[in-house]
Design a protein around this ligand. Structure first.
Ligand SMILES: [Zn+2]
Ligand SMILES: [Zn+2]
Length: 345
């Protein structure tokens, strides 16, 4: 089968023929991938920017960690999943042996592995996954929307870490898929204002508005983000800022926007250190928190939400291409005139 792989710890990806994964083992499912999204981290992996060195030992590896597909076969002991059923796949596998897993805190597993990162993922026709990681999707759901469960769960997790509450004002820095997802989820959680900020990124800012952002700011026309925020909202500061840019300069913007006692959630992967005004941090009792990946409970909630309200997220998908045109899909993502690009194996 055709697979999009990271062959070595150096720039570049390859499309190549690889053997099919074979029959699922006990407790496993063979998933026939229907739709797999290209993530910003896949672009970083293609470029081989710093921050992904931990993957080197797993290469060559098939990428693709945001995918939906149909159950093609089930291994011994698998219950509750039927052949042909559409599922989203939680890509994280916890070791269940490290000190944190043994304590029951699998979110902090020290040896986590992930489909599409350190285990073969969804940029291929078939992938093997633990049955427990397969979340049934609504019957008849567009598989491309099923592939959005993963980024929406990342957005949900950032909202959970930021403790976003009813009636709050949330600023999301970065209008990419994670920013769009964080904005959508903030609205689901009852935030009354969600302001998404980008730089020369009008197409993706428009998508953010289409999925629920109440306001957007393009820094190209108004570099003073705080002044623009105040003009748009009539508020002095935001309750929560979720950073999803990966650009260290955005951290200073995020801190300036934050109220006394507010929470700045850093969700981007930054290739360089950022500076923080620690005097303000201390005196304003601001909190800076890292949010990474997602926890399993978010998956059931987001799968249900997408099933109930597919139109509320449809604008996030810009384009679907066959897997054979994966490299074209990557090129489109870099132009930032599209939001999520889906590959169909
Ligand atoms: Zn992703
Ligand atoms: Zn562990």
């Amino acid at each position: 089968m055709l697979a999009l792989r990271k062959p070595a710890p150096a720039p570049g990806l390859v499309l190549q023929d690889v053997p099919e994964p074979g029959d699922p083992g006990a407790g496993e499912v063979l998933v026939e991938v229907a739709a797999a999204g290209i993530c910003g981290s896949d672009l970083h992996l293609d470029d081989w920017t710093p921050g992904y060195e931990f993957m080197a030992g797993a290469m060559p590896v098939t990428l693709g960690h945001e995918f939906s597909g149909r159950v093609a076969a089930t291994g011994a002991g698998v219950q509750g999943l039927m052949r042909g059923q559409l599922v989203a796949v939680y890509p994280i596998l916890h070791c269940r042996q490290c000190v944190n897993c043994v304590r029951g805190d699998t979110a902090l597993c020290l040896n986590r592995r992930a489909l599409g990162v350190t285990l073969d993922g969804g940029f291929a026709r078939y992938v093997r996954a633990p049955a427990a990681n397969c979340i049934p999707l609504a019957q008849g759901l567009d598989p491309a929307l099923g592939a959005l469960v993963e980024p929406l769960c990342i957005g949900d997790h950032a909202n959970i870490v930021g403790e976003v509450k009813l009636g709050e004002t949330v600023v999301v820095l970065g209008p990419g898929t994670i920013g769009q997802a964080a904005a959508r989820v903030a609205r689901w959680r009852g935030a009354s204002r969600v302001v998404v900020v980008g730089l020369r990124d009008e197409a993706r800012l428009a998508t953010a508005r289409a999925v629920g952002a109440t306001h957007s700011i393009d820094l190209a026309s108004t570099p003073d983000v705080l002044a623009r925020f105040r003009a748009l909202t009539g508020l002095d500061h935001a309750d929560v800022v979720i950073e999803a840019t990966g650009h260290p300069a955005s951290i200073a913007d995020g801190q300036r926007l934050l109220k006394k006692g507010g929470i700045l959630v850093v969700a981007g992967i930054h290739a360089a250190p950022a500076s923080l005004d620690l005097v303000t941090l201390v005196r304003q009792r601001q909190q800076v928190r890292g949010a990474h990946s997602s926890l399993r409970p978010s998956w059931d909630v987001m799968a249900q939400r997408i099933g109930d309200e597919p139109e509320s997220v449809r604008a996030m998908v810009s384009l679907s291409l066959p897997l054979s045109e994966a490299l074209e899909g990557f090129a489109r993502c870099r132009k930032r005139d599209v939001s999520k690009v889906i590959l169909q194996p």
